[in-house]
Design a protein around this ligand. Structure first.
Ligand code: NAP
Ligand code: MG
Length: 402
């Protein structure tokens, strides 16, 4: 069989632990036999980041800027415990995702992968709901004070020009806690652009919610920036028959639960953190959630939403063939191949990526699945729980027979 040709390389970012094991397996069994794969390879495994003083992460992000499409494996973000586990680490390297996000100035979109025999906890949901989470500022870059005597607290902005604005937050007659947070106009604007662009790319309505009735200036500014930016997209939305819809966060929550799904819900940083966990668990599992970082100028980095599945990795190192779910990582590959095919006008590559996705879904529909999904499938489905190797082999057979 003739392998499908590619013209532009994918930026391939390898990662850590169990997902690194699955990564190689997916490439060997599901991609390389069918595609004449072109990638520019960056090893973002922890030891390679350490050996290059994290330069490899920066290089990978810059390559994504240059080529436009990347696929990334989950990676370890070192913490104190990891410093003990890997004594050779010279620094507690930053989260690669945070580094890549800041270089690409992107927004993260997370979408559950759904099949008929795994029903969402919310009965009305018929289609996936995608969360778009703003990834800069607010409470994540806040400063805080605790005070234990009467006094007053001010919020002061001192401009470079010397101008000054100041408001008294509160006069306090007892002990108290205080919080100062900020966001950048440019970051909110990029967020809005990425959301409108993604809605057009995927042909889905876009919802955006904040609490601008209470936070009239701060959240009010988010609402206004979205309104302003939408003017540049309105006619394209109309042509596509999709809608932009703003509502208060509490109203949005109520509407989401009563909806049929099938739209993008843009959330401020904290709302997105909370709501993406709600959406992923209500749809089934984190192992079935894809994630794509989209920059305002249309660069894409695809990955799974879950981590490196450390607990399974240590069982694997002890010789066990674990039943780790590779679906989200496979969909990171198909997402990237499809986008590359679209940008390079390679319909064969796009078709292959869709066929691979269908082979995954058909395998699950036939009841062949990894152990995490067993408790989630509808009663009455005949299931066969397999390990990751058997699961990927079953998918490979399905794709070869297409
Ligand atoms: P995790 O790797 O997502 O795993 C947490 C638990 O969720 C697993 O122990 C497993 O539960 C279940 N799980 C997750 N993905 C699964 C899959 N594909 N198949 C089956 N079960 C799955 O999160 P973590 O243990 O908190 O983090 C591990 C490492 O990943 C950390 O070093 C963290 O820094 C990193 N991380 C990276 C990213 C990223 O690169 N995007 C994101 C998050 C975390 P059971 O053990 O009960 O089976
Ligand atoms: Mg969270």
């Amino acid at each position: 069989m003739q392998k499908i040709k590619m013209t532009t390389p994918l930026v391939e970012m390898d990662g850590d632990e169990m997902t690194r094991v699955l990564w190689q397996l997916i490439k060997d069994k599901l991609v390389l036999p069918f595609v004449d794969l072109k990638t520019e390879y960056y090893d973002l495994g922890l030891l390679s980041r350490n050996a290059t003083e994290d330069q490899v992460t920066i290089d990978a992000a810059n390559a994504t800027k240059a080529y436009g499409v990347a696929v990334k494996c989950a990676t370890i973000t070192p913490n104190r415990q990891r410093m003990e586990e890997y004594p050779q680490l010279t620094e507690m390297w930053k989260s690669p995702n945070a580094t890549i996000r800041s270089i690409l100035d992107g927004t993260v979109f997370r979408t559950p992968i759904t099949i008929e025999n795994i029903k969402p906890a919310v009965r009305s949901w018929e289609k996936p709901i995608t969360i778009a989470r703003h990834a800069y500022g607010d409470v994540y870059k806040a400063v805080e004070i605790i005070s234990d005597e009467p006094g007053e607290c001010y919020l002061t902005f001192r401009a470079q020009s010397g101008a000054e604005q100041s408001v008294c937050i509160q006069q306090m007659d007892s002990s108290a806690i205080w919080l100062g947070q900020h966001n950048k106009d440019s970051s909110i604007r990029s967020f809005a652009k990425a959301c409108f662009q993604y809605a057009l790319d995927t042909g889905q309505d876009l919802w955006f919610s904040t609490k601008d009735t209470i936070s009239k200036i701060y959240d009010g500014h988010f609402k206004k920036v979205f309104e302003d930016e939408f003017l540049n997209y309105a006619s394209q939305f109309e042509r596509m028959g999709i809608e932009y819809f703003y509502t208060l966060i509490d109203d949005a929550v109520a509407r989401v639960v009563r909806s049929k799904g099938g739209f993008i819900w843009a959330c401020k940083n904290y709302d997105g953190d909370v709501m993406s966990d709600m959406i992923s668990s209500a749809f089934g599992s984190l192992a079935m959630m894809t994630s794509v970082l989209v920059s305002p100028d249309g660069k894409y980095e695809f990955e799974a939403a879950h981590g490196t599945v450390t607990r399974h990795y240590y069982r694997f190192l002890n010789g066990e063939r674990t039943s780790t779910n590779p679906i989200a990582t496979i969909f990171a590959w198909t997402g990237a191949l499809k986008k590359r095919g679209e940008l390079d006008s390679l319909p064969e590559l796009q078709d292959f990526a869709s066929a691979l996705e269908n082979a995954c879904l058909d395998t699950l529909r036939n009841g062949v699945l990894t152990s995490d999904l067993a408790p989630l499938v509808e009663q009455g489905t005949d299931i066969k729980v397999v390990d990751s190797w058997q699961f990927i082999d079953t998918i490979a057979q399905a794709i070869a027979q297409r």
